[in-house]
Design a protein around this ligand. Structure first.
Ligand SMILES: *Cc1c(COP(=O)(O)O)cnc(C)c1O
Length: 225
């Protein structure tokens, strides 16, 4: 695929997002985070040249190497992976735009403490395990609203902006929809939350229909070229 063909292809994905968005409301805004975990820095650059600014990585090490390789570009990096305690300092030092995968009070407190020591703060989303899958991290839906308030109260260095969730891992559309609705319902009960991050390559239109304001697209934005 040439860069021109790639742009036409990306425009077709944006068109699909637009269609889904307009169905919700003309005023409904959906932001795209391009998940670059499967590709190298050159692929990130190619998508940047088409106009994409927000990118996501799920490993601190990969975030570090891409942040460094693409330092000269005005990119916005989102951390979306499972953060291990021993990687907290490294993540903070990379100054990500946002950390989307805060999955427990314990992690929030550890992160807050490190941020405090470094005199920094970080925008975060609380990750919800909306389908209650044992293989996924995230807080249980019924605990989410209370936990969100608790983190907001006890972790002043963490700026909570909303929620993130991965749709139910199944082919059953009803179950996927239900997991998105669960997340959106939590989002609607949070004071001052602005971001409801849900929807990936296989389910972003459904996620938008359920009220997603941010989709995290990986494989669909980076086809084999
Ligand atoms: C990998 C990943 C994505 C993107 O997945 P695709 O199905 O390739 O679009 C989105 N969110 C998280 C948390 C991920 O780990």
């Amino acid at each position: 695929m040439t860069q021109t063909e790639y742009k036409i292809y990306i425009d077709s994905i944006i068109e699909r997002i637009e269609k889904a968005r307009i169905k919700v409301s003309e005023h409904h805004i959906v932001k795209i985070v391009a998940v670059s975990k499967y590709v190298d820095a050159d692929a990130v650059r190619a998508l940047y040249e088409i106009g994409q600014r927000a990118f996501g990585e799920n490993k601190v090490q990969d975030l570090k190497s891409k942040t460094e390789a693409l330092e000269a570009l005005p990119l916005e990096w989102h951390f979306i992976g499972n953060l291990q305690k021993n990687k907290i300092n490294q993540l903070i030092d990379l100054d990500p735009f946002m950390m989307q995968s805060l999955h427990s009070l314990e992690l929030a407190e550890a992160l807050n403490k490190r941020l405090e020591a470094k005199g920094k703060s970080m925008e975060c989303l609380l990750q919800i395990n909306s389908a209650k899958e044992v293989t996924k991290s995230g807080v249980m839906p019924e605990e989410a609203v209370d936990l969100y308030a608790q983190i907001a109260q006890t972790c002043p260095r963490i700026d909570l902006r909303g929620v993130m969730s991965i749709g139910a891992h199944t082919d059953d559309k009803k179950a996927i929809r239900s997991s998105f609705e669960t997340t959106r319902d939590i989002f609607d009960h949070l004071p001052d939350a602005t971001i409801c991050s849900m929807g990936m390559s296989g389910d972003f239109e459904l996620a938008i229909a359920c009220g997603s304001t941010m989709v995290r697209l990986g494989s669909i934005l980076f086809p084999a070229r």
